[in-house]
Design a protein around this ligand. Structure first.
Ligand SMILES: [Fe+2]
Length: 313
């Protein structure tokens, strides 16, 4: 998920701001310069495969009618099943034939420039570890379930495959120009938390939603969040939540919109961003095309919960 790539101006700030991962030089840095490691598939334990099976089965039961057709189609063609954590070599064989992508194992979060360089070369860095049985809904770093179950089916789609490669190339440029937080919002609101309007209704395609038991329901079924028509500049100006469900989801009508993004020269856009406003994660603007206006009830209740007891007395 690259959740640690944070929105510097957002509500949620942290020590790892603007990073896709660990600082270079941190303990545990792998020997290879590109941070890849062997997946070590043979070393997964029965407990590891059992966690995968639990996550796979409960998520697979939720996704019909919620995941977009491209996700369902990608998943069907891949060697991903309930009984075992997928072997990245087998995934890569199928992906390579279809869209020229491969899955490479990394120990966890990696530095931004390493992450972007992998994407620019059609390598998806996936965490090789899996969460513990008592932490099914808790993720400190993207694990193999989020990265494989959430991301890899969409990499089977040729448009998404090109888009994510372009994002990697754009990320290296944005980092040089100082606009990485703005570009990161595009990744966040598309690759991680994007919705698509299909002929038969709203569907999810973002990996952060597809791999989450609770957010796959919240994003589509809850009355709380806003669902707004995707607009590139609007998204680049919009902060996001890293600590909870999103307050707003952006909706595409067609994946081809993303392909257009891959062709856009962002330099004039970055110049405009310097002058204009920034928007909070729950704001709805007069200029937005609203798909559904949220009532904000979920996050309002969460904020009330966070109020210190006795604060008003
Ligand atoms: Fe992700």
């Amino acid at each position: 998920m690259q959740r640690q790539l944070q929105d510097q101006g957002g509500e949620a700030r942290g020590a790892a701001a603007t990073r896709h991962g660990l600082a270079a030089g941190d303990a545990g840095r792998p020997e290879r310069a590109d941070w890849t490691i062997d997946q070590g598939w043979e070393r997964y334990t029965a407990e590891d495969h059992g966690v995968w099976k639990t996550l796979f089965e409960r998520q697979t039961a939720l996704l019909p009618g919620r995941a977009c057709d491209a996700y369902v189609d990608g998943m069907r063609r891949l060697p991903i099943g309930a009984d075992a954590i997928p072997d990245f070599r087998r995934l890569s064989d199928v992906l390579m034939q279809r869209t020229g992508w491969q899955v490479v194992a990394v120990p966890g979060l990696v530095p931004d420039e390493v992450f972007f360089d992998h994407l620019a070369h059609r390598r998806f860095p996936a965490g090789h570890f899996i969460r513990k049985p008592h932490e099914l809904d808790y993720l400190e770093e993207p694990d193999v379930f989020h990265d494989v179950f959430g991301h890899v089916p969409m990499l089977m789609n040729p448009v998404i495959a090109d888009y994510i490669q372009a994002y990697g190339e754009g990320g290296l440029r944005a980092q040089r120009l100082g606009y990485l937080p703005n570009l990161a919002r595009v990744y966040w609101y598309t690759v991680e938390f994007g919705l698509l309007r299909q002929r038969d209704g709203l569907r999810l395609y973002g990996a952060g939603i597809a791999s989450s038991y609770t957010e796959s329901v919240f994003a589509l079924d809850s009355a709380s969040p806003n669902r707004l028509r995707f607009d590139l500049e609007r998204v680049m100006r919009t902060h996001y939540r890293i600590d909870d469900f999103q307050e707003t989801y952006f909706v595409l009508d067609d994946f081809d919109e993303l392909l257009e993004l891959a062709r856009i020269d962002f330099a004039p856009l970055y110049a405009r961003l310097q002058a204009g406003p920034e928007h909070g994660p729950g704001e709805v603007l007069a200029t937005d095309t609203v798909v559904t206006r949220g009532d904000g009830s979920y996050h309002r209740a969460r904020r009330a919960d966070a109020t210190p007891r006795g604060a008003s007395t």
